[in-house]
Design a protein around this ligand. Structure first.
Ligand code: ADP
Length: 442
């Protein structure tokens, strides 16, 4: 495309160059011939005055020595009658003076230039001079300019192609390198070695994007591997407890103790159930099968009920509700919104060990209802903020100490997004605040 454009520009440039050059040649020729006609006119003043047309013919015949391109020259008297003329032997047989010359100082006709000039003496018009000039030189100039232009154009085409081929070779070599790397990755599954490229062009951007993609795939793989480890551990711990309590139940006769063991076993089963529910939700989200059962309900009553239920199981933290929506109704899946709230509350408690309160705020704007869950716990660093809503993501320093799958926030985000709402977090002076918004029904 670039080669084609540059050729077009060069073609236009050469055409304009030839046209202007020929035009200035013609202009020069007209000026030269008019000057010569003036000289011939002056030389013929006396021949006209003395009616000596032999002398006039001689003067005209001598003209070809000075300007061989003049193939016809004539002198008219002041009555417009032919006084003397000269026709070169090389003139074409059909040569004639065009009638359209009348009244003009010069005329280009076919391959000839015709020039006329009046002969004046003492302000008296004695007659006129007429030249017929052959323009074969113009044809030659035209021909040679065209040849030079074509030659230059050919050189330009050649060098453009040559440069284009070199560039294309350079580009395709790097593209091939990239394609081979992709093939290698898809064959071996080895995402670890990034491609080296120092350039700054589009291919370098492509290579950077490819390297980024590989890095993300690698991170995802790592996270998945970590997840398998975490999941097995998270599932095994309550299962081991359940097994232990059942064994105790079997070996103990004491009814009071048995009730306690059964309760503990049940708590662990509930925990297992929660973990499996999360896994099922993720697989539903992945396959686009997470269905919402939207109905109108009072958001304040849902918040109050969830907080009361949660407070019953949370012994360490007090959950404080600050303000209310004044019985605002909302169209949403009640169970799923409750699930989001429970997730945020349990995170707020889980990630604020040693603290004793969590605060729930409600805010209203023209278009949405915003719920904020604030804790005074360990907080989240600025770098990790962007990742916490990703699947399997757990913050680095905490994943070892506090149990979890790294799925809760991912599920919350999906539920809220499916309600056309938003979910986000903000670091607080101490702890973290999680927000989610839902559009108002009216
Ligand atoms: P889980 O808690 O099971 O690990 P989540 O998806 O709920 O998974 O949370 C993802 C990560 O975000 C957590 O591992 C934790 O590092 C971080 N996180 C979530 N909530 C809080 C919070 N309130 N305070 C500090 N860190 C949090």
């Amino acid at each position: 495309m670039q080669v084609f454009t540059s050729l077009l520009v060069l073609g236009i440039f050469f055409t304009v160059y030839i046209i202007t050059d020929l035009r200035s040649y013609k202009q020069r020729k007209v000026e030269d011939m008019i000057s010569l006609a003036q000289v011939i006119g002056t030389n013929n003043v006396s021949t006209l005055q003395f009616q000596d047309n032999d002398a006039a013919k001689e003067i005209l015949a001598e003209l070809h020595k000075v300007a061989p391109e003049i193939i016809y020259a004539s002198i008219m008297n002041n009555k417009g009658k032919l006084f003397a003329s000269y026709l070169s032997p090389v003139a074409a047989p059909g040569f004639r003076i065009p009638s359209s010359l009348e009244g003009k100082k010069y005329l280009f006709d076919d391959h000839y230039l015709f020039v006329t000039n009046t002969i004046v003496n003492d302000k008296k018009v004695l007659g006129s001079v007429l030249f017929g000039v052959e323009l074969s030189e113009l044809e030659k100039i035209k021909q040679s300019k065209l040849e030079v232009s074509l030659l230059l154009l050919a050189v330009a085409i050649g060098s453009s192609f040559f440069i284009a081929i070199i560039i294309q070779h350079y580009i395709s070599r790097r593209l091939l390198h990239l394609v081979n790397a992709m093939k290698e990755v898809s064959k071996t599954g080895n995402y670890t070695t990034p491609l080296a490229d120092e350039g700054r062009d589009e291919i370098s951007t492509l290579i950077k994007v490819f390297n980024n993609l590989m890095r993300q795939v690698k991170e995802n793989e790592q996270r998945k591997d970590e997840f398998v480890g975490i999941a097995s551990h998270e599932l095994k711990t309550p299962l081991t407890s359940v097994k232990g309590y059942i064994q105790l139940l079997e070996s103990t006769e004491d009814k009071k103790l048995n009730k306690q063991f059964a309760q503990k076993a049940l708590e662990n089963v509930t925990k297992l159930e929660g973990l499996i529910k999360d896994l099922l939700d993720v697989s539903k989200i992945q396959s686009g099968q997470l269905e919402l059962n939207k109905k109108e309900f009072n958001i304040d009553s849902l918040l109050d009920k969830t907080i009361i239920d949660f407070q019953m199981v949370s012994k360490t933290h007090e959950i404080i509700r600050k303000n209310h929506f004044n019985n605002e109704m909302i169209l949403a899946d009640r169970q799923r919104i409750e699930q989001v709230l429970i997730n945020l509350l349990s995170n707020a408690i889980k990630y604020s060990p040693g603290e004793n309160k969590v605060i729930v705020y409600s805010q209203k704007t023209d278009k949405e209802l915003i719920i904020k869950v604030k804790d005074f716990g360990i907080g989240i660093s600025e770098e990790e903020k962007a990742n916490i809503f990703e699947r399997f993501y757990r913050t680095k320093d905490m994943s070892m100490h506090i149990s979890g799958f790294g799925l809760g926030l991912y599920i919350c985000k999906n539920i809220i997004n499916r309600h056309n709402g938003k979910i986000w977090m903000e670091a607080e002076e101490k702890g973290t605040a999680f927000y989610f918004s839902l559009p108002k029904t009216n």
